[in-house]
Design a protein around this ligand. Structure first.
Ligand code: ATP
Ligand code: MG
Length: 401
């Protein structure tokens, strides 16, 4: 019976009967246990403060505090409550056994002892205690691993969010730059022309160029204003009656500074002269118009027929602005994706395969939808792949709340 448990385990025997103590002491020492003894409950508790035994054999009837009380005190102390306690007593009444278990003992042996029984119970409880300790260690290890894992997941998630944020900011910046590019180009072209033809230039042409520059600067200011993301209240203050015909005509004037628009595209305009003015934010609608025209121009890039048709019309409820192109068109399966932020069929800037190829960030249409929201405006699309598209801006005369 001498096994691993007995070789390293410390057992404390608590009994006021010297004969009993001697018998058990001899028995357990012969089996390789390290044995400690105490003659009463109080001295047992004192001793345990210095050396923690692996198991306690505890007599019930003792002078001073009895075995039950001793057991209760040991179980109440977190540093000793896990030490298994086996009660030993001459009392064989069921009531005592129940009370013993209630105070937290793991087992109960009755005197006079059967040596084999005592040893086998001790071995069993030491084994259980060993397994319990191992389990606790494993649990602790697991908790540590879990904690590390959680920290790692947290770190990784933060890293991914940061990366995503940086990517979004990068793409947003690209979008802004893209929107600012066109009016800046107008300024650049006008300044170039003034410089190269400075002496020959006629006064009215000169004034035309400065007008372009002035309009382009206004445009840049408007774009910047929109980027500042105004509050609903601020938006309401900016609402003014806008005649969509005037808006289109002014924007087209500005676009004439773009040479591709001016020289490479056939244009047709149909205005409903009776169109009503409705409260809008001018700069929002002009940006929507500008984005749609840009898309139309991109769609017609390197195509044989490049015809842009702009129509304004109205019915009882809405004002409409159609922008039709004879560009590449859109496949039916792609229609639902167009308004998703960052959806684009164009290469990003710097990754063009052919020189002059249009680039995109995929924010144009998404921005349009956001800009139309304050007026309950919408965009409807009809398109034939390979033939062209019509983008219609629908503006309710009475905005829905
Ligand atoms: N008139 C059009 N003809 C054909 N396809 C179009 C047209 N307008 C939009 N699209 C498709 O919708 C996509 C998304 O348009 P959107 O304006 O949101 O982004 P983008 O033009 O690619 O980039 P950007 O942010 O520079 O405007 C385009 O990449 C294109 O595939
Ligand atoms: Mg676009």
């Amino acid at each position: 019976m001498n096994d691993k448990n007995s070789e390293r385990s410390i057992i404390l025997i608590v009994d006021d009967n010297q004969t009993n103590l001697d018998v058990l002491f001899e028995l357990l020492r012969n089996y390789g246990f390290k044995v400690l003894v105490a003659l009463d409950g109080e001295s047992a508790i004192e001793q345990i403060e210095y050396i923690h035994p692996d198991l306690i054999l505890l007599d019930i009837m003792m002078p001073g505090i009895d075995g039950f009380e001793t057991c209760l005190r040991l179980k109440a102390d977190p540093s000793t409550r896990d030490i298994p306690i086996i009660f030993m007593s001459a009392l064989s009444e069921t009531l005592d056994k129940v009370k013993g278990f209630q105070t937290g003992a793991v087992d109960y042996i009755t005197k006079p002892f059967q040596h084999e029984e005592v040893l086998s119970r001790i071995q069993t409880h030491l084994t259980i205690r060993n397994l319990q300790q191992k389990l606790e260690e494993k649990n602790l290890e697991l908790a540590h691993l879990n904690q590390n894992l959680e920290r790692l997941v947290e770190q990784k998630t933060k890293q991914l969010i940061d990366q995503e944020k940086t990517a979004i900011i990068g793409r947003l910046t690209q979008g802004m730059v893209h929107n600012l590019k066109s009016p800046l180009q107008v300024i650049q072209t006008s300044v170039d022309l003034i410089e190269t033809k400075a002496t020959k230039i006629q006064e009215d042409t000169f004034l035309n160029y400065t007008k372009y520059i002035f309009q382009a600067v206004t445009k840049i200011n408007q774009i910047m204003d929109t980027l500042m993301m105004k509050s609903r209240k601020e938006q309401n203050q900016d609402l003014h009656p806008v005649n969509i015909n005037d808006l289109v005509q002014r924007e087209i004037q500005l676009l004439e500074g773009n040479l591709y628009f001016k020289n490479k595209i056939r244009k047709k305009y149909f205005y409903d002269e009776k169109i009503e003015s409705i409260p809008l934010i001018y700069s929002y609608i002009s940006q929507v118009f500008y984005n749609l025209i840009n898309n139309a121009m991109d769609a017609m890039w390197e195509r044989k027929s490049r015809e842009l048709t702009i129509v304004t019309r109205q019915d009882d409820s809405n004002i409409y602005m159609d922008i039709a192109d004879t560009g590449c068109g859109i496949a039916p399966e792609d229609l639902s994706k167009l308004f998703d932020p960052f959806y684009t069929s164009k290469p990003p800037k710097g990754e063009e395969k052919i020189e002059g190829e249009p680039t995109g960030t995929g924010l144009g249409l998404y921005t349009c939808i956001e800009l139309l929201k304050p007026f309950s405006g919408e965009i409807a699309i009809s398109s034939n792949l390979g033939e062209g598209s019509v983008f219609t801006v629908v503006l309710p005369k009475q905005p829905k709340n």
